[in-house]
Design a protein around this ligand. Structure first.
Ligand code: ADP
Ligand code: MG
Ligand code: MG
Length: 203
C-alpha cells in the first residue's frame, strides 16, 4: 500500500544495518583519510545493537522502529553517534500509525533541523547534513503517493548530496583539521545517509 507500515520500516532498517556492515571498512577508510578512522566501527556497532533490538520489538508502527534504532545510537562513540541518535529520535516522533509520504517529509524535515541545531552544520560544510537536506527536499516535493517511490527519489537526492561532499572542504568535525588536503574525500556520514534511503528499495 501507499503507507509505510511498522514491519516495512523494520525491514528497511535491517537492510540498512546490512548495508552498513558490508560497507563498514569503506566508511572507516574514508574517515581515516579525512578524520580519525573510527566512523565505520562507530555506526556498525550501533546498528549491530539495533539489529538485535529490532528482533525483540513488536513493530506495529514505524515510530517504534525508529525509537528503537535511536536508542542504540545515543550511547555510541564519536561525533556521529549522538547526531544519528537525535535524527532517528526525532523521526520517531512521527504518527503512531502507518506513514504517508507527507508524514515522512515532515518527520525527516524536523529531524534534520534538529541535527543542524545541535551540530551547527550548514549545507556545503561536508557533513551528513549534505545528504539529509536534499532527501528532505525530495520528500517534500514528491508527487508520488507511495512510500517506495518517494523514498526512491529521496535516495537519489541523498546520493547526489553525498557525492557532492567529494568536492567540499570540511568546516565541521575532525575532517576540518585537514581542510583542503581532504577536499576530494567523500564524507562517510553523508554516504551512510545515502545508503539509509537507498536501503528502502530492499524491502
Ligand atoms: P569523530 O570525528 O568524533 O570520530 P565520527 O567518525 O563518529 O566522529 O563521525 C564523523 C561524521 O560525523 C562525519 O562524517 C560527518 O558526517 C559527521 N559530523 C561531524 N561533525 C558534524 C556536525 N557538526 N554536524 C553534522 N555532522 C557532523
Ligand atoms: Mg571519526
Ligand atoms: Mg572519533
Amino acid at each position: 500500500t501507499d503507507r509505510l507500515s511498522g514491519p516495512e520500516a523494520r525491514a528497511w532498517l535491517l537492510a540498512f544495518a546490512d548495508r552498513i556492515s558490508r560497507g563498514a571498512d569503506d566508511l572507516t577508510d574514508l574517515d581515516r583519510r579525512a578524520g580519525d578512522g573510527d566512523f565505520g566501527w562507530n555506526i556498525d556497532t550501533s546498528l549491530g545493537r539495533a539489529r538485535s533490538a529490532l528482533q525483540d520489538i513488536d513493530a506495529v508502527h514505524p515510530a517504534e522502529v525508529f525509537r528503537t534504532v535511536s536508542d542504540t545510537f545515543l550511547a555510541s562513540g564519536g561525533t556521529s553517534g549522538p547526531l544519528f541518535g537525535l535524527w532517528f529520535g526525532r523521526v520517531a516522533h512521527g504518527p503512531e500509525a502507518p506513514w504517508t509520504v507527507a508524514d515522512m517529509a515532515t518527520v525527516f524535515d524536523t529531524a534534520t533541523a534538529a541535527v543542524q541545531r545541535l551540530g551547527g552544520a550548514q549545507i556545503g560544510q561536508k557533513t551528513m547534513v549534505d545528504a539529509m537536506a536534499p532527501a528532505v527536499q525530495a520528500l517534500a516535493g514528491s508527487a508520488q503517493p507511495g512510500w517506495r517511490e518517494a523514498l526512491g527519489e529521496a535516495a537519489e537526492a541523498a546520493s547526489a548530496g553525498a557525492d557532492s561532499t567529494g568536492g567540499m572542504v570540511a568546516r565541521k568535525g575532525r575532517a576540518s583539521y585537514l581542510g583542503e588536503r581532504a577536499a576530494d574525500v567523500v564524507d562517510p556520514g553523508a554516504l551512510s545517509i545515502a545508503w539509509f534511503f537507498a536501503s528502502a528499495a530492499d524491502v
